[in-house]
Design a protein around this ligand. Structure first.
Ligand SMILES: *Cc1c(COP(=O)(O)O)cnc(C)c1O
Length: 362
């Protein structure tokens, strides 16, 4: 894949951009997309940036039947003329880790980042500028070989699409109510929970539907064997603050290694806040709540960055956390991380990557 050039075909009909206060997550897409193909015996080839549009696939393409697919999610921000990415190399690294699990050939991480930067440059006018807005980036790979056998595909497509997104929170961050899922599980050790692959999300829909019915915004997932230990919340990682200590479930093979999770662990350590990655049971949370030592809880992920948990529903019992308000630490983590991401706060970690602004395609 190294040494590949990226062919560029610019769109002749530019779309109208949505108003920044009317952006709905994942509904609008920019004028261009990146596409690259994989063919066994040749490798990754034909890297190109083309007008955003439909792709033709054979109905027998393997992705439609057995779900051999991987995706990623990250964001670009503008600060004046600067275009900033947050730890994008982590996403392409994780993509290859997911590829290993799904029998998909590795992509060249550096080349993928180069392709992404070129695509962002071309569509840079699509990065919304209002506070809290950003350009959501969705790299993904699908298996395209026309074949109904259950086997690794020999053809793939790697694509990157871009979507301007609004502020996740219109009026500052707001705590949500979450419900403990008792019946369904998201993933088990040895399964695909630590890979970002479509099937995990298809498998989660039923539980989310149940959560909706009980007025909960998200599902709290427990481990798949004993249904005792906490794993994740919705498609976010989760943190608890108990008696001054921050605890997040350890990466155990069924939890996704979130970039936000990793960044928050580093940030808390930098601040001198005690943080531990370990197994944590729901019982422990319940006892801490009873003892009055459960101080805060929050979910973490690229889309919302921080999603405070104000209420936890378990077996018909409701546990109020931080009095249903956003906790002090949750707020501080949110402000610092989003400040670093959009270039307003100095980045002591070297996380922010500035996209070389070429402006040649605009
Ligand atoms: C993407 C994702 C996360 C969050 O990862 P980030 O890199 O922080 O965006 C957490 N859990 C699941 C299941 C995910 O799919």
């Amino acid at each position: 894949m190294n040494g590949h050039t990226i062919k560029v075909e610019l769109s002749t009909a530019r779309k109208e951009k949505p108003q920044s206060d009317q952006l709905i997550f994942g509904r609008n897409f920019t004028d261009h997309m990146f596409v690259m193909d994989y063919t066994e015996g040749i490798g990754w080839h034909d890297a190109k940036i083309v007008p955003y549009g439909k792709i033709a696939l054979d109905p027998s393409s393997m992705v439609f039947h057995y779900g051999q697919t991987v995706f990623e999610g990250l964001k670009a921000y503008t600060k004046g003329e600067r275009i900033l990415l947050f730890r994008p190399e982590k996403n392409f690294q994780r993509m290859n880790i997911s590829h290993d699990r799904l029998c998909i050939p590795h992509i060249d991480e550096e080349f993928a980042l180069e392709a992404l930067e070129k695509l962002i440059n071309i569509d840079q006018d699509w990065i919304p500028k209002a506070p809290g807005t950003s350009l959501y980036i969705r790299p993904f790979v699908i298996s395209t070989e026309p074949y109904l056998g259950v086997a690794p595909s020999r053809h793939f497509k790697f694509m990157i699409i871009l979507s301007p997104v609004g502020s996740y929170y219109k009026e500052g961050i707001k705590p949500v109510k979450i419900g403990v899922e008792q019946e369904y599980v998201r993933a088990v050790k040895g399964g695909t929970g630590s890979a970002k692959t479509g099937g995990n999300y298809a498998a989660s829909l039923k539980a989310q539907e149940n959560a909706d019915a009980t007025g909960c915004a998200q599902v709290l997932w427990l481990d798949g064997i004993e249904k005792k230990y906490i794993e994740e919340v919705g498609s976010m990682n989760i943190f608890f603050k108990i008696n001054g200590e921050v605890i997040t479930p350890a990466l155990n093979g069924s939890i996704l290694d979130g970039v936000t999770r990793n960044s928050i662990i580093q940030l808390l350590t930098y601040w001198g806040v005690p943080v531990s990655e370990r197994r944590i049971s729901l019982e422990e949370i319940y006892e801490a709540h009873k003892a009055g030592t459960l101080e805060e809880a929050f979910g973490t992920g690229t889309a919302a960055v921080i999603s405070p948990v104000g209420e936890l529903l378990w077996k018909g019992e409701s546990l109020l956390i931080s009095g249903g308000e956003t906790g002090e630490l949750s707020q501080r983590v949110y402000e610092t991380l989003t400040g670093i991401q959009n270039g307003e706060i100095e980045d002591p970690f070297g996380w922010v990557r500035e996209v070389q602004n070429e402006k040649i395609y605009v």
